[in-house]
Design a binder for this molecule. Structure first.
Ligand SMILES: [Zn+2]
Ligand SMILES: [Zn+2]
Ligand SMILES: [Zn+2]
Ligand SMILES: [Zn+2]
Length: 399
């Protein structure tokens, strides 16, 4: 005998089942008179996020299990279709084969940089003048800010401040010269750290541990003279660590964050590797590795491309200045952080589950329960597989 179906009203997850479906025009339930409706008409189960359609409900369920749709995903501002990255939204709106109706609206009322669509052209042009940024003006930085006198413009914050204002943010960039017999080994020779207001917190040249075989002058602008009296890597690293940990013990920063500062940059793994330094990944915001900013095939874009595409100006046109790169990464981070996504409130039992498992939220329900959910309910329970930067904002916006 078949076991009696579980009473859903007692099931904590019935929360999702009670929610009324909104757009399920194509989601036909089996009809008792015509038990196999797919034979006589076209039945399509449509994903509420990306609008992909499936002949079988179980394929939709499987799609939802692996797609990690959520309201944090980039969307077309016209048809609200979810995309895996801003690049795919851009393709959808202005690629070689765009969605025609969306492309038409976008071409007259859309912002090329942030891809938002506005009600009229006046609002659009007012928006565009603030969305497109001017290149950063590189401040007069003493050739060598000595490690001792280097002025910390960031306030020493407390955990209470961090809770109230959101954690403090710093951006880092290193310039590398070449080592090894063929000069291809990257050695950190110049470092810049800036604060949230683009103020220089720390800047220094840095003497690599092994001989420099290629200064890469055309890119780095670094010469032998710059490095003669430069402090050794170890000294530079401990200053950076001091700024980042902000008085927090490394183990606490590793687990809780605490007073540890959020570190923004582009391809930080490489910078940290060259500095021979560890920093907790939950405090790292890397514009090269942030899912919505990556190519559809998960290959990172260059910082130069991201700056042109999202901020509207050119960088790295001649000698690279680490301040310029710091500012670009910081500005891109701030744009992403300021996106207004709905406040995320999960029922408590699910929050606990996710904290403990961080696995797919679809593992909660049985296949049968999942099959009974409407496409909207499936989307509602779907969670992203990356941490959205909007969650760093002090007051996540409601929309
Ligand atoms: Zn989908
Ligand atoms: Zn978000
Ligand atoms: Zn669209
Ligand atoms: Zn814009």
């Amino acid at each position: 005998m078949e076991p009696a179906p579980k009473c859903l009203c007692r099931d904590p997850d019935s929360y999702y089942l009670q929610r009324s479906p909104m757009i399920i025009s194509m989601d036909l339930q089996p009809n008792p008179i015509d038990p196999q409706p797919e034979r006589s008409r076209i039945v399509r189960h449509k994903c509420s996020a990306c609008y992909k359609q499936y002949k079988k409900k179980e394929h939709l369920v499987e799609h939802m299990r692996v797609s990690y749709h959520s309201f944090h995903q980039p969307k077309c501002d016209v048809c609200k279709k979810h995309c895996i990255s801003f690049e795919s939204v851009r393709e959808h709106l202005k690629g070689p084969l765009p969605k025609e109706s969306c492309a038409k609206t976008f071409s007259s009322l859309g912002c090329d940089l942030c891809l938002k669509v506005f009600d009229d052209t006046d609002v659009l042009s007012a928006h565009e003048s603030s969305c497109r940024l001017d290149p950063a003006i590189i401040p007069e930085i003493p050739a060598m800010l000595s490690l001792e006198t280097c002025d910390m413009e960031v306030s020493s914050s407390t955990v209470a401040d961090a809770n109230e204002q959101g954690p403090e943010v710093v951006a880092l960039d290193c310039e590398m010269v070449g080592g090894g017999s063929d000069g291809t080994l990257d050695l950190c020779a110049r470092v810049c750290l800036i604060g949230e207001n683009e103020n220089v917190i720390f800047h220094s040249y840095c003497k690599p541990l092994i001989p420099v075989t290629n200064y890469r002058y055309e890119i780095t602008g670094i010469t032998e003279e710059n490095l003669i009296n430069a402090p050794p890597l170890k000294q530079v690293r401990s200053r950076i660590e001091e700024i980042l940990y902000n008085g927090e013990t490394p183990w606490r920063a590793r687990i809780l964050g605490g007073r540890g500062r959020i570190l923004v940059g582009h391809d930080l793994e490489h910078d940290l590797w060259c500095l021979d330094m560890y920093y907790p990944s939950h405090l790292i915001r890397d514009t090269a590795q942030y899912r919505p900013l990556m190519r559809t095939n998960l290959i990172p874009h260059s910082l130069k491309y991201l700056t042109k595409t999202y901020l509207g100006y050119e960088i790295q046109t001649g000698i690279h200045h680490p301040y310029e790169d710091c500012v670009a990464a910081l500005r891109i981070y701030k744009k992403m952080r300021s996106l207004s996504h709905p406040n995320f409130s999960l029922p408590n039992h699910r929050k606990d589950f996710l904290d403990a498992n961080s696995s797919n939220s679809f593992d909660f329900l049985t296949k049968r329960e999942l099959m009974n959910l409407s496409p909207d309910a499936l989307l509602e329970m779907s969670l992203p597989n990356y941490k959205c930067w909007c969650l760093d904002a002090k007051n996540p916006m409601n929309s």
